[in-house]
Design a binder for this molecule. Structure first.
Ligand code: HEC
Ligand code: HEC
Length: 380
């Protein structure tokens, strides 16, 4: 028996970086404060899987998928033998371990992609934001994201148990082999090529990505009310990159002359119906709209109302309103009052604000209807 290279350098780097990105992402799930770090680990994991897929076709002997393509039945048989203490030793991945490899790669891909879509829908950021996913859809995808991540954690535990069992069974330290790449093999057993250059390039790529993320793309969360910083507001990570909400020239024309043309996503459909039904007595004004105009305005407002959950604001406003009530003011919905309760009277009376309905005085994206956290500005 002699010490033989089984795991090439890129494979070992992949293994530990993949484990670290999963652990890192797992540890940063609890708070929004860690979201940027969490998404970094997610992108890292996806990129690593991308690399592994290529390496599974082009890497050295034991890294190639073709060297450990066993069906689930063979895997289960092997597991049974391993528990009975009679399983044959494999130099590369054994049939049970290979199941864990494919499961972890598949689940990692699904977890990463669902994370991307969650970020696109809920935050309107990242690669999936351009698709115009709604907040509501992002939130639903997030449920699946969490479930898949839990499932992946179970497979990780199974993998660790398998490694322990296998190490005990064949009296060898498999974890150390994944560090050194070496295993004892009969002389003449084929060794892997080390592929040091590819390993080095992989390391450089990960380091470059990390540097770019932490020094250029990542900014501290914007300070809330009080220590407000306009420069931080301009930071690229907080910009709304999603697809703009639907607009209507008619809506703009009829509803934007006295105040901001409030986007329909800010109230439920029944509120717009009630407002337009009462357009003759609109907060003391007669809007004087004919039936055709009312119908045209409703045709825009109803399908784009808060129930669609297009933005976080829409989703949260709608959820906060009891189904038994039909608010005529955005500024009287429970979510709105909760979000603005800390604003002092002097701020409301500020000549630049004057009315609670003057959203644009404090929200630079009021016109667009998105009400992103980052677009807030409180003038003094
Ligand atoms: C002739 C002027 C005028 C026009 C045109 C007008 N509004 Fe208003 N609207 C008002 C006034 C006045 C208020 C009360 C503002 C305040 O309380 O500061 C108001 C308030 C509102 C509010 C409540 C804002 C809040 O406090 O949350 C909504 C919603 C609203 N209007 C929707 C519409 C829609 C939809 C249209 C188009 C069909 C429209 N308005 C057209 C004058 C107008
Ligand atoms: C005087 C300034 C001011 C006006 C006017 C104002 N807001 Fe706000 N709004 C704020 C501040 C400040 C916050 C942040 C509160 C917090 O997060 O604690 C906020 C938060 C929000 C949020 C939650 C954003 C988030 O992601 O946390 C929404 C949605 C919102 N405002 C909608 C509106 C709408 C709609 C109007 C007009 C009807 C409006 N606001 C008028 C100052 C204002």
């Amino acid at each position: 028996m002699q010490s033989t290279l089984i795991w090439d350098l890129p494979l070992r780097l992949f293994h530990w970086l993949f484990a670290a990105s999963f652990l890192g992402a797992w540890l940063t799930t609890e708070s929004d404060q860690w979201l940027s770090l969490h998404t970094f680990f997610g992108y890292l994991m996806l990129s690593l899987i991308g690399f592994r897929l290529v390496w599974g076709l082009t890497g050295s002997r034991y890294a190639r998928f073709s060297s450990f393509l066993y069906g689930p039945r063979v895997g289960l048989d092997y597991l049974r033998q391993a528990i009975a203490g009679s399983a044959a030793r494999h130099l590369g991945h054994n049939p049970a371990g290979s199941q864990a490899v494919f499961l972890l790669l598949g689940l990692g891909l699904l977890v990463g992609l669902s994370g991307l879509f969650t970020q696109g829908g809920e935050e309107q950021q990242g690669a999936a934001a351009i698709g115009g996913l709604s907040f509501a859809l992002g939130k639903a995808i997030k449920e699946g994201h969490g479930l898949l991540a839990n499932l992946m954690l179970l497979v990780v535990f199974a993998h660790l148990a398998g490694v322990a069992l296998e190490s005990w069974l064949h009296q060898e330290n498999l974890a150390r082999s994944m560090v050194t790449g070496l295993k004892a093999a009969e002389s003449g057993a084929p060794a892997a090529r080390p592929h040091k250059l590819v390993g080095l390039l992989l390391l450089v790529a990960v380091a470059t990505f990390g540097t770019w993320w932490f020094f250029y793309a990542w900014h501290e969360p914007v300070e809330r009310l009080g220590g407000h910083d306009d420069a931080a507001n301009e930071a690229p990570h907080v910009a709304f990159v999603g697809k703009p909400l639907p607009e209507s020239a008619k809506w703009q024309e009829e509803c934007g002359s006295c105040h901001l043309a409030f986007h329909p996503s800010l109230l439920p459909a029944r509120s717009w119906q009630a407002l337009l039904a009462g357009q003759g007595r609109h907060f003391g004004d007669d809007l004087g709209l004919d039936a055709a105009t009312v119908a045209e305005l409703l045709a825009f407002a109803v399908p784009n109302a808060a129930e669609q959950g297009a933005t976080e604001a829409a989703w949260k406003i709608n959820r906060s309103i009891p189904t038994s009530s039909t608010p005529l003011r955005i500024s009287e919905t429970p979510y709105w009052t909760k979000k603005h309760r800390e604003i002092a009277d002097v701020d409301w009376q500020n000549p630049k604000v004057k009315s609670k309905a003057n959203c644009a005085a404090c929200h630079r994206d009021a016109e667009a209807g998105t009400f992103e956290d980052a677009a807030m500005q409180v003038r003094n």
